[in-house]
Design a binder for this molecule. Sequence first.
Ligand code: 13P
Length: 687
Amino acid sequence: MRAKWQNSRAWKWVVNICRFMLGATFVFSGFVKAVDPLGTYYKIQDYLTAFGMQQLLPDIVPLLMSVLLAVLEFAVGMHLLLGIKRRLTTRLALLIMLMMTPLTFYLALTNPISDCGCFGDALVLTNWQTFGKNVVLLTCAIVVFITPWNMVRFLTKKMEWTLSNFSVVFALVLAGYCLATLPIIDFRPYKIGNNIREGMEIPEGAKPTVFDTRFIMEKDGVKQTFTVDNYPDSTWTFVSAETVVVEKGYEPPIHDFVMESLETGEDITDEMLDDPGYTFLLVMHRTEEADEGYIDLINELYEYCQENGYKFYALSSSSSEAIELWRDRTGAEYPFCIMDDITLKTMVRSNPGLMLIKEGVVLNKWADSQMPDEYDLTGKLEELPLGQMKKVNDLCTLGIVGLWYIVPLLLIILIDRIFNKKNNKNDNKLIKKSMRKKIVAGNWKMNMNLQEGVALAKELNEVLTADKPNCDVVICTPFIHLATVAQFLNQDVIGLGAENCADKVKGAFTGEVSAEMVKSTGAQYVILGHSERREYYKETPEILKEKVQLALANGLKVIFCIGESLEEREANKQNEVVKAELEGSVFNLSAEDFAKIIIAYEPIWAIGTGKTATAEQAEEIHAYIRSCVADKYGAKVADETSILYGGSCKASNAPELFAKPDIDGGLIGGASLKCADFKGIIDAWKK
Ligand code: 13P
């Protein structure tokens, strides 16, 4: 059972706001990771190093983790935004947040890594900001986890897997493409068009970082730490020194760009940045890990630079031995400069990668697989498009990539809308169904004497009072039982009704029982128009019309039966028949009176024969009957009218029948004569 607050409008709003916040954050986070999987890979390596686990795992593991994380976050985010696989998705989202929040709390406390890398380089947060963000997201994850069903869906269940798979494939392909080439959107300071020198500048008035040097000195076997201010006398021996950051000041986006010639040890940074000509920088953060598949292309490029008077440097953080090895293996003749490892990884993700610079401005970048070859380098760079700054428009790139996702997504939604319209209709019908009364009514017919009837009514009364039904229950008994049964029946749980009433108000009609008399027994319902009365007692539509009016006038609710014979069904005339029966006896009523009518569709060929209409057959005609009511009284009345099925309905077939959107319960003959059988049918509403 759902608590009332879970279905309140306010709570539904809260759930959906949380779901969109959480979903959008996951999508953003997954997308930026997929755009730069190597960035996340380096970050995971930093984490592993910080926790002393780097040696335990082969390099491929953090790389796989990076791609998987991107795919997982993107897919979970899209699932949340679109409301697909709601239960699974909200569990996953909660699990992720339950892992991330304590981890980021630990990071904020101990600071082993300065930024968590949640949003790659796109949005750098401090560790405490990250923790705060995660607390908010964890709260959202808990909210959506409590009542996932409150998330509004934009797709039917049928298309859920298609969209799940598509989201996963999209994120995988994006990550794979960016891995094989370069990030399609560059969030780093070495972006094409950026001036490296400008990136290194500290604005006027910015707070500088304050450093302090500590000296460890020793005297008589005792070690002590000193600063410049209290540096000891010469009786102390120097052991070591360390420089620590006392106060972090403004740090420019580029702060470690220093090129030191391997050959001379000279710092050539300024010389390179001020050079008015072209400079190619071959970036290999570690030569021992660089892909050797492109060495010929690189050597050709170096030759091209020699011939045309352009500068060419290889940059690496590897040891001189490793660089020597690279030279031996590849025949490289180009000069090497030593540079910081992280700076190199930040400049170009590919290893090796290439950067073209002029006057300190980044003109172009290439991954190893994209490096220019003899077909591109057909003349001087000054005359080639390659020598001009590559045009980059991140918004345009984002738009194109977005379209690769959004166009198929819209197509999926469109297909879903067209092909699953029928199902959507059924979903709507099921919502409407929940608005009307579910009823199981028994029609005892001419069975059971007074004692037997009273015994059955007592048994039912006990059983249903102890185990409350999930629907309205009515027993319609012969006249002789009514007054006695009404005395003890708990009418909050079981309603009481007659099987017939007269078409006259009162007077000399020997053997008849009027609606008023029925009402006076304590009964509230009456069955009218049963096929057995129409057939054996020749009750015509006109007679029934009278009976209906008298019953309503006396405050009885009418269970009005309609249904076709076998011949009529075989002649496919069932719709015509039921419509005529409604028109003949109840469609004359005002909408207000019609609201007191319960319709029972009972195909005559199924009554007492053991032959049941299939659930589909029954649903089809029930929907048709409802459409007739809608035509006559409007959709609202139709949606509120209960339509019961009757005809060999048993505990075994009731669940299937009652599950149909237009079947609101049953009118039961034979199976209402035994408490257990009848209870079995009533319990179908609990399934
Ligand atoms: P059975 O359930 O015995 O087929 O009878 C149906 C019926 O006529 C109820 O009014």
